[in-house]
Design a protein around this ligand. Structure first.
Ligand SMILES: Cc1cc2nc3c(=O)[nH]c(=O)nc-3n(C[C@H](O)[C@H](O)[C@H](O)COP(=O)(O)O)c2cc1C
Length: 193
């Protein structure tokens, strides 16, 4: 079996570039289409594809910020304007954010848990796709993935759940790596009892 050193090197070194460090240029229409194609090429029990994507780009990013700011002000009336101001910039400066929504629903054979994991796979593969095309990516959920009013404003329908928002753009810096788990310490070998 031959070793794919490019893939191995990538997997051993990949890391998130956090949203504040993602800027223009963002991907063009053809690159977005390719990324979403890669994102959808994931292990998915039953081939149900129980996820969908919502794109936030251009002027929509500021409009999203204004709405998040409004919802946050109603949700946390005790917060100062200064504290709430950050909500306006949630989808800035990254030129593109992709919302990944789980559309998991009851199925005769495939548990919803597995459908949800497949949507998570799509989210992470989208990060890989962005990296493969030369962009940085940051997968977040934040409060608005779980707040019903905010999630509905962002495009989730009744019964749907955001599994993440992937901010995508050109990295403005190289971030230092963070501490990584010791896989050995997380591993045991099963023995027959
Ligand atoms: C489901 C999920 C939700 C996350 N939500 C957030 C978030 O809301 N805010 C945040 O700063 N990081 C969040 N993260 C963490 C980042 O995506 C990322 O894992 C981390 O910043 C660095 O990881 P990496 O360098 O291994 O890619 C989330 C990760 C996952 C898997």
């Amino acid at each position: 079996m031959s070793i794919n050193t490019a893939v191995r090197d990538y997997l051993l070194t990949r890391r998130t570039v956090t949203a504040p460090f993602l800027a223009e240029p963002g991907p063009d229409a053809a690159q977005i289409e390719e990324m979403l194609t890669i994102a959808s090429r994931v292990p998915d029990h039953g081939k149900l594809a129980r996820w969908r994507f919502v794109l936030y780009e251009g002027a929509a990013r500021e409009a999203v910020g204004e709405r998040l700011h409004e919802i946050a002000r109603a949700k946390w009336p005790e917060r100062s304007e200064e504290q709430l101001e950050a909500e306006r910039r949630q989808f800035l400066p990254a030129p593109l954010t992709v919302g990944v929504i789980s559309t998991a629903a009851p199925h005769v054979k495939i548990p919803e848990f597995e459908q949800l994991m497949a949507a998570g796979n799509a989210c992470f593969n989208l990060c890989h796709a962005a990296n493969a095309l030369g962009f940085g990516a940051h997968w977040v959920t934040r409060w608005f993935a779980f707040d019903k009013t905010a999630a509905a404003m962002l495009g989730a329908k009744e019964g749907e759940q955001f599994v993440g928002f992937v901010h995508i753009g050109t990295p403005q810096t190289t971030l230092e790596d963070r501490e990584r788990p010791d896989a050995k310490a997380l591993t045991t070998r099963w023995v027959a009892g």
